[in-house]
Design a binder for this molecule. Structure first.
Ligand code: GLP
Length: 261
C-alpha cells in the first residue's frame, strides 16, 4: 500500500487524478470504477479540467458505480445514479450509456446483483477503481462484518452511515434509505488498481485501521492491504493518527521517477 500525505484535500485530489489518468491512457476502452460521496468530487473536477484542456479523453471509456440505495424513487436527486451523473458523467466526455450502476429498484434483487457482476466481467474488469472510505471503515457500502470475499449483494446500512449521509437528505435521518446494493469487497479487490482518497479528521480512525490495522471484517477497508496496487491519498487531518506517517512521507518523497504517474 502506497500512502501519500498531501498538504491539502485539493492536492490529494490532484495526485489521485494523476494516477487515474495514467491508468486510463494507453487503452482505447478503459474501465473506470467510480465512487459517490464527497471524497471523490475533487478527483472528478480534476479529470474534467484535463478533459476540457484536451489532455485526457474518456470518450472510449466505460464506468461502473460501486453501489446504489434501495427504495428511492427513480430520479430521486440522492439516488447514486443521479449523484454520479451530477458529479462525474456530465462533467467529462464519457458516453452516459456506458456508465453503469446496480439496479436499486429491481424486484429480483439477487438477479440484479448477479447481472451487475456479469456486466463488470464482460467489460473486462475495472482498470482503476476510485474509492472513498466511510467513518466506520466501509468501502462502497460494505459495512463492518461484511465478508472480505463478498460479491455484489444487498446490505443493511449502519446507523453511523445513515447519520453520516443524512446531510445529503436535508439532515433527516428517516429519509436515508436503510438498504443498498453494493459491490462486494471481493468484487472491489478484482480491480487492477485502486486509488483511495480520504480527507478530514472524521476519517482519521478509519484511515488508521485501513493502513495499519489488522485485516478484519470489523474494518472492511483493511482488506485493501491484500491488494498489490493500492494508493491511499490523504490530507494531513485524515493522516493524523497514522503511526508511521514519517516513513510514508519519506517513501513518497523519494520515489524514483519511474514509479510516478
Ligand atoms: C458513502 C459511499 C462510499 C463513500 C463513503 C464516504 O456512503 N457509499 O462509497 O466512500 O460513504 O463518503 P464521503 O466521501 O462523502 O465521506
Amino acid at each position: 500500500m502506497d500512502v501519500g500525505i498531501a498538504g491539502s484535500a485539493r492536492e490529494a485530489a490532484a495526485l489521485a487524478a494523476d494516477l487515474v489518468a495514467a491508468a486510463l491512457v494507453g487503452s482505447t476502452s478503459p474501465v473506470l470504477g467510480v465512487a459517490t460521496g464527497s471524497s471523490p468530487v475533487g478527483i472528478y473536477d480534476e479529470l474534467a479540467q484535463r478533459v476540457a484542456r484536451g489532455e485526457l479523453s474518456l470518450a472510449g471509456a466505460s464506468a461502473f458505480m460501486l453501489d446504489e440505495y434501495v427504495g428511492l424513487p427513480v430520479g430521486h436527486p440522492q439516488a447514486y445514479r443521479a449523484v454520479i451523473d451530477e458529479i462525474f458523467t456530465r462533467k467529462v466526455d464519457i458516453d452516459p450509456s456506458r456508465v453503469h450502476g446496480p439496479d436499486g429498484g429491481a424486484s429480483d434483487v439477487e438477479g440484479a446483483c448477479a447481472a451487475y457482476e456479469s456486466a463488470i466481467r464482460d467489460a473486462g474488469g475495472v482498470d482503476v477503481q476510485i474509492l472513498g472510505i466511510g467513518t466506520d471503515g466501509h468501502i462502497a457500502f460494505n459495512e463492518p462484518s461484511s465478508s472480505l470475499a463478498s460479491r455484489t449483494r444487498i446490505k443493511t446500512l449502519t446507523r453511523q452511515t445513515r447519520l453520516d449521509n443524512a446531510r445529503f437528505f436535508g439532515g433527516d435521518l428517516d429519509a436515508v434509505p436503510t438498504h443498498c446494493l453494493t459491490q462486494g469487497v471481493g468484487t472491489i479487490l478484482e480491480a487492477r488498481e485502486i486509488v483511495v482518497v480520504a480527507t478530514g479528521a472524521a476519517k482519521s480512525e478509519a484511515v488508521r485501521q485501513m493502513v495499519e490495522g489488522a485485516v478484519s471484517a470489523r474494518w472492511p477497508a483493511t482488506a485493501l492491504q491484500l491488494h498489490p496496487r493500492v494508493t491511499v491519498l490523504l490530507d494531513p487531518e485524515a493522516a493524523a493518527r497514522l503511526e508511521l506517517a514519517d516513513y510514508y512521507r519519506e517513501v513518497w518523497a523519494n520515489k524514483p521517477d519511474w514509479q510516478r504517474p
